[in-house]
Design a protein. Structure first.
Length: 422
């Protein structure tokens, strides 16, 4: 494999960003965008599937959860393996996996078959993000590391935005299958670019030489709790669990809730687009604040304000569509914007030798929440909660996230100087 490394004048973490770093960031951004498109594609096609297969809305909870369950396993397994075998090989495997399996989703003829394909696709979807974030963090200058990490991760909602807009045009003309065909072909076309253009981290290669005593991966996982990192790790896991539960509840159920409230299918998909667009804008603003000032105050405030906005959507669920979509955009700015910044916390407070492991386990535990959120939504719909009441329930995790961030402020770990920590 072509393990490109940085030239001496292009050292990771140097004072500036050159063309080499821009290439790394651009490729990782593209992977994140395709990951975001494929992860949220099931929400785009759900109203069409409901009509085509005459499926009750409550049954979509398990379908939404299947891909997210796979993503949980992928984040934990492939994130940990990358600290042992390298970032680049695992990025390739992850991208190929979710590309092939998303193509197969277009051939499904039942909820059960589609759920199985989404489960396997989720392994790749979950494994890609921790590794590209770890790689970008190792090439980003320290003074703007949070901003660069967050900017790269905004590829995820950017892919969802473009995917939502494209899906709204594709589905009426070519059917729901066209969304999965596009979502499968694009990652496969990107594979040669990853092979030829994405480097392996020089810091990882240097750390691997120092760790050549063959210690098993489980010891690296144990190190997440060593040297005063235990409370921080647990709080980070709780935060990612809570915020991903909320994010995927909103992403997967917003279109169906809006359709149930009388909004057209096209505008319901735009609700997901606005959640993600707000997330991009909010994440970049919060990322800059995190680089210049204390990140915990910004994130805590964002989750707190987001809780109020979510409850407001529930109160105003019968308002004009333009009002609802405006509120949903603001929810995206606060909740999705803050959630996207959690990857920077993981990258900045774990040393390089365990960075992919730390990010992977954090996102893996968080993916448990992403699995529970949509399934819980199905259960709430099944017991007959009204559309507005569903949003009241969604405000609770946002309040919990605000409290967890406040606790994290008092348990920030000391990171040894590996040239990659703030």
């Amino acid at each position: 494999m072509n393990n490109i490394v940085a030239e001496p004048h292009e050292q990771p973490g140097a004072a500036g960003i050159g063309w080499f770093e821009i290439r790394v960031i651009a490729i990782c951004f593209a992977i994140a965008a395709l990951d975001g498109f494929d992860t949220q594609s099931i929400a785009f096609v759900a109203p069409a599937l409901q009509k085509a297969w005459a499926t009750p809305p409550a049954q979509f909870g398990a379908l939404f959860g299947s891909g997210l369950l796979g993503a949980m396993l992928g984040a934990i397994l492939l994130g940990s393996l990358a600290d042992r075998f390298g970032r680049k090989p695992l990025v390739l495997i992850s991208t190929a996996t979710f590309g092939v399996m998303t193509l197969l989703c277009a051939t499904a003829t039942s909820i059960e078959a589609l759920g199985l394909y989404r489960l396997v696709a989720g392994l790749g979807l979950g494994g890609a993000i921790p590794n590209i974030i770890a790689l970008v963090s190792e090439y980003a200058p320290r003074r703007v590391r949070s901003t660069v990490i967050v900017a790269t991760f905004t590829g995820f909602p950017a892919g969802a935005i473009v995917g939502g807009i494209v899906s709204a045009g594709l589905i009426p003309r070519f059917g729901w299958e066209s969304v999965f065909i596009l979502g499968g072909v694009l990652p496969l076309l990107l594979l040669p670019v990853i092979v030829l253009g994405l480097p392996e981290s020089r810091r990882y290669l240097a750390a691997a030489r120092r760790q050549s005593d063959g210690r098993p991966v489980t010891q690296a996982v144990g190190e997440l709790f060593a040297f005063g990192r235990g409370r921080w790790t647990i709080l980070l896991w709780l935060l990612t669990f809570t915020t991903l539960l909320l994010a995927y509840f909103l992403v997967n159920w917003t279109p169906l809730i809006l359709v149930g409230a009388g909004v057209t299918h096209h505008r319901a998909i735009m609700g997901v687009v606005l959640l993600n667009l707000g997330g991009i804008i909010g994440s970049l603003l919060l990322g800059r604040i995190s680089d210049r000032r204390h990140p915990f105050l910004a994130l805590g405030a964002a989750f707190g304000i987001g809780a109020v906005l979510i409850a407001t959507v529930g109160v105003m669920i019968e308002s004009p569509v333009s009002t609802l979509l405006g509120l949903i955009f603001l929810v995206g700015m606060c909740i999705f914007g803050a959630q996207l910044n959690l990857t920077a916390l993981s990258a900045n407070y774990y040393p390089v030798r365990m960075r992919s492991t730390g990010i992977g386990w954090s996102m893996g535990v968080g993916r448990v929440g992403s699995f529970i959120g949509p399934v819980a939504g199905g259960a709430l719909v099944a017991i007959g909660l009204a559309s507005g009441q569903l949003f009241y329930c969604a405000a609770v995790p946002a309040v919990l996230a605000c409290v967890i961030v406040a606790c994290m402020y008092f348990h920030v770990p000391v990171v040894e100087d590996d040239g990659a920590a703030n």
